[in-house]
Design a protein around this ligand. Structure first.
Ligand code: NAD
Ligand code: MG
Length: 382
């Protein structure tokens, strides 16, 4: 179990739940970051007394420094601030709870410093997963997934030393709020409809991704990168109850599943304590009270985002970065109510269509694909 962590994105949904786990397990928080929620960051800094706090912009950093004057807390800002938090010598682990590609550079800094990375941020694995995993091998950094499905798979793989034993990864998917609807019906849903997720309470970006099933598409690619499997070895299964968090089928036919009451603090806790399991106050799973567990194939006609992500997983190259960049830009426009829900898959499709793919991309190619995808979406909407 780790004793001290740095937390990137402490004011978000995963960030706040990570602090719950730190309170519960007595883990010290040496550094915190957020984009701009100064009020909450101040509260967190007063409670956890980190050595370093970083925010994205100079203005809020100055304001925060004023508010924290008298405490022994240094305030930094910008990318350099994030990088310092990610590579702080006393932190054994870095939790990446920042949303989007903005997590890329601090995550790389954590890897280069040889930290355990509790990986919540999926966008960087989707875009640059091969380079991230390669760097982790080079620097001896442990990558532990926090995304509940990938944590489930990781837990099922404990004790399995040979990756050749894996036959299939079965990613479960709640189906989101629009399960069972047709594409035309889904296209007209509003932001308020999309933010009503049946089983999980999360940040807005991922909640919208859950409504379009882009989230499952990103997780499909994330699974390939984390566990070094082919797209043919990943299957998505709709499981409405979110009790089975994912499964691994081994070559001898055994299928292991990790089950539990849905609560992100479980995968967060495991990422910080593994290989140990620590006490938690999670309500026990009562199988006799739970609804029947059901399984169904995903509807790829109704949810084109999932289909496009699976296509990109097979195509490879920089296409996954185009998919992700276009999706991040389109979701942001949907959050600001500038486009309809149905335009998200259309804009992603347009970007994938227009931007030539680069095979075996270097980091510069990935960043360029991400930039072009965002630009393509912005231009299409103007
Ligand atoms: P959130 O929107 O609630 O929080 C995001 C955090 O990142 C905030 O602290 C914010 O200040 C910070 N941030 C945002 N943009 C930033 C930027 N440009 N630079 C620096 N910091 C920035 O998001 P969340 O739901 O907690 O999700 C975080 C990540 O974890 C996402 O990649 C998401 O896909 C993944 N994830 C979340 C959940 C969940 O239950 N929320 C589950 C699985 C995976
Ligand atoms: Mg997930």
């Amino acid at each position: 179990m780790v004793q001290t962590i740095s937390l990137l994105g402490s004011t978000g949904s995963i960030g706040r739940q990570t602090l719950d786990v730190c309170r519960e397990q007595g883990i010290r928080v040496a550094a915190l970051t957020a984009r701009n929620s100064i009020g909450l960051l101040e509260e967190q800094a007063r409670e956890f007394r980190p050595r370093l706090v970083a925010v994205s912009e100079l203005e809020p950093a100055l304001e925060l420094a004023k508010r924290l004057a008298g405490l022994d807390v240094e305030v930094a800002y910008g990318l350099e601030g994030l990088r310092r938090v990610a590579s702080l010598p006393e932190s054994e682990a870095v939790v990446t709870a920042v949303v989007g590609m903005a997590a890329l550079w601090p995550t790389m800094a954590a890897i280069e410093a040889g930290k355990r990375v509790a990986f919540a941020n999926k966008e960087t694995l989707v875009c640059a997963g091969e380079l991230v995993m390669e760097a982790a091998r080079r620097y001896g950094a442990e990558i532990i997934p926090v995304d509940s499905e990938h944590s489930a798979i990781f837990q099922c793989l404990q004790g399995s030393r040979d990756r050749g034993e894996i036959k299939r990864l079965i990613l479960t998917c709640s189906g989101g709020p629009f399960f069972g609807l047709r594409r035309e019906e889904i296209s007209k849903k509003t932001k308020a409809d999309a933010l009503r997720h049946p089983n999980w309470s999360m940040g807005e970006k991922i909640t919208i991704d859950c409504a379009t099933l882009m989230n499952k598409g990103l997780e499909f690619i994330e699974a390939m990168r984390l566990f070094r499997v082919t797209p043919e070895q990943v299957e998505v299964v709709i499981h409405r109850q979110s009790i089975i968090h994912s499964m691994v089928e081994f070559r001898d036919g055994a299928v292991l599943a990790q089950m539990g009451t849905p609560d992100m603090r479980l995968p967060i806790r495991y990422a910080l304590t593994c290989p140990d399991r620590k006490q938690s106050a999670l309500p026990p799973l009562d199988l006799l009270q739970c609804p029947p567990l059901t399984f169904a194939p995903p509807d790829l006609e109704a949810f084109p985002c999932l289909r496009m992500a699976m296509d990109c997983a097979r195509t490879g190259g920089a296409s996954c970065a185009v998919l992700n960049g276009a999706n991040e830009a389109a979701v942001e426009l949907f959050r600001r109510e500038r486009i309809s829900l149905g335009q998200i898959p259309e804009l992603v499709a347009e970007a994938l269509d227009k931007i030539p793919n680069v095979s075996r991309p270097a980091m510069e190619d990935i960043l360029e694909a991400d930039r072009q995808a965002r630009e393509c979406v912005t231009k299409a909407v103007q």
